[in-house]
Structures are given as C-alpha cells and as structure tokens.
Write a protein that binds this ligand. Structure first.
Ligand code: ASP
Length: 308
C-alpha cells in the first residue's frame, strides 16, 4: 500500500493544465517508488519544478531585484535525515541538490552562493529559471510601484490579485510500506528581499517527516516558521490525531495566530491522509496504489483573504 500526494501551492489555478501536471507528477512519483520513497518524492517535485505553471524551478517568482532565488528540501521520515538548499539560483532542480545535501554532505542546509557552487561541483549546469510570464509580472508591478502604486499582486503568484491563474510552490508527501518522505520546492514569495528564506527549507516550519507522519506546507512562509507548523502537525498525528484533523487544526491555528494563508498535505504510516487550506484554491493530486483518486476534495477552511 502506497500513497503519494502532491500539491501545487495555494492560489494556484485549478484548471485542467494545472491538474494534469499535478497528476503526472503524482503518477511519475509513484512509478519511482521501486527505487525508494525518497526517489518518489524527489521525482514528483522535479516534474513540477520543470513546469512554468508552478512557483518552483523554472517559472519561480522574482524577488525585488528581478532575480530568482529558490528554496527546496527533502526529508526521510525513516532515517530522520533532512537536506535543503536556500536562496539557490540558476539550477533546474533545487530539490535534487537538496537531496545531495542530505546524502552526500554532513550538513542539513546550504544557502546562497555555497548552495549554487555545490550544484556546479556536482555537475549541474547553469540554467535560467526566469520564465517570460514571471518577468512580465515583475516588470508590471515594478513600473506601478515606480509610479507610487501598491503592488496589487498576490505574494504567491506575482500576478494581479484578481487574476490568480499562474503558479505557486510545490510539495509532495509519500507513504510507502511504512516509510514516509516529504519534499518541497519554491521560488518563495513575490518581490521578497534578496536573500530572504522562507519555510520550505526549514524542518518543522514548512516540512517535516518522521516514522509517524510526513507533512508539507505552503503559504506565507514567515508564519509557518514562527509557528513551527509542520512539526506541530507531526506532533498531533504522533499523539493519535487523524492526519485530516491535524491538518484542519493547524490551519485554524495559523489563521487565528498569524492571520496567514496556507495549505498542507499530510500522510501517516497507516496511509491515512489529510489535506486542508484556508486560501482561494489549493490544487492537489493523490495517487493511492497506482491510481489517481478523483473523488477526493481538500478541506477548505474559513477563508483568509491573501490578496487584500
Ligand atoms: N511558503 C513559501 C515561502 O514563503 C511560499 C509558498 O508556499 O507559496 O517561501
């Protein structure tokens, strides 16, 4: 029995092209299970990093200076090992570099120039991650700001708040023969300060996996870090809560404590799962024993307006 859940971030499109890529990612992850639970998580995230519809890898949002800086991580719930990169640039698959940090270094997190150099040393070429749509969104907002206007843009997509149809952070949780894994990748928040690091590469903040539970979050990274939301969810499940109840409780806590927008996917070692969010949209794909589950709906919690 195996489960893979992938998400495409909050405020992402839920139209066919987005859902198709998410399904492809979940199925491709599933096919990689033969190599192991970490391979499945990495593979699913790589498919999404490659797709410019999502805020990860190619197609990431731009920072204040018009650059892409990405965060990614992967965690093996079985061994408790974690690997991450932060503010890395010009690599096609930050999640793969995160996995190399986990497997081939004695560190858990490489940031900035060090992370990019590590990728080069490992043979990964320079790749431009700036997609034309994202550059256009950045230029438009920068011009508006130059004229004294507010950004009017979603911090998650970089697009006008009313036209939420482009991209967001991606993540994946895997449960396979009692072993759990989580992986996540993001360009972070639109117009962030250069060097800003969110929750995606911070264990316990936006991601966590143990022998009981794997969780990946998306949303306003600072809120997830300050509340250690991923670890909170894992502790609730370890204390016996169903992953769905844990996810809902964590989203309510996030709304009440931080007034922040977010979503999360959770799976436990018994293949029970939970998905909840408080934003406008949160596209997710779930594969159970090789089959896409179409009759599955993430739980939408009382809304927090992210674009106000
Ligand atoms: N959590 C990510 C960050 O703050 C953004 C996102 O999930 O969309 O970097």
């Amino acid at each position: 029995m195996s489960i893979i859940i992938v998400h495409g971030g909050i405020e992402t499109g839920t139209e066919a092209p987005f859902l198709e890529v998410l399904r492809e990612a979940a199925l491709s992850g599933y096919r990689s299970l033969a190599r192991g639970h970490l391979d499945a998580a990495e593979e699913a995230v790589k498919i999404l990093e490659k797709c410019p519809l999502f805020n990860a890898g190619y197609g990431s949002v731009l920072n204040l200076e018009g650059e892409v800086e990405m965060d990614a991580s992967i965690m093996d719930g079985y061994s408790g090992r974690f690997g991450a990169v932060a503010a890395i640039d010009n690599v096609a698959h930050p999640v793969t570099i995160a996995r190399l940090v986990l497997e081939e270094t004695s560190h858990v997190l490489l940031a900035g120039r060090g992370a990019t150099s590590f990728a080069r040393v490992k043979g990964f070429p320079m790749v431009n991650c700036i997609a034309p749509t994202m550059l256009k969104a950045w230029q438009k907002v920068r011009d508006a700001m130059g004229k004294g206007a507010g950004t009017g843009a979603s911090p998650f997509t970089g697009l006008p708040a009313q036209a939420i149809d482009a991209c967001d952070t991606v993540g994946c949780v895997v449960s396979h023969r009692g072993m759990l894994a989580a992986a996540s990748s993001t360009g972070g928040s639109f117009l962030k300060m250069p060097g800003r690091v969110g929750d995606t590469p911070l264990p316990g903040g936006g991601i966590f996996a143990s022998r009981r539970c794997a969780v990946v979050c998306t949303g306003l990274g600072e809120a997830f870090v300050e509340t250690l939301t991923a670890k909170y969810v894992e502790s609730l499940v370890a204390d016996g809560l169903h992953p769905q109840e844990a996810a809902e409780k964590a989203i309510i806590r996030l709304t009440l404590e931080k007034r922040a927008a977010g979503g999360m996917v959770v799976v436990d070692h018994q293949n029970r799962y939970g998905v909840a969010y408080n934003s406008t949209t949160f596209p997710v794909a779930l594969v159970h024993d090789g089959k896409i589950q179409d009759n599955f709906t993430p739980k939408k919690m009382p809304r927090y307006n992210t674009c106000g």
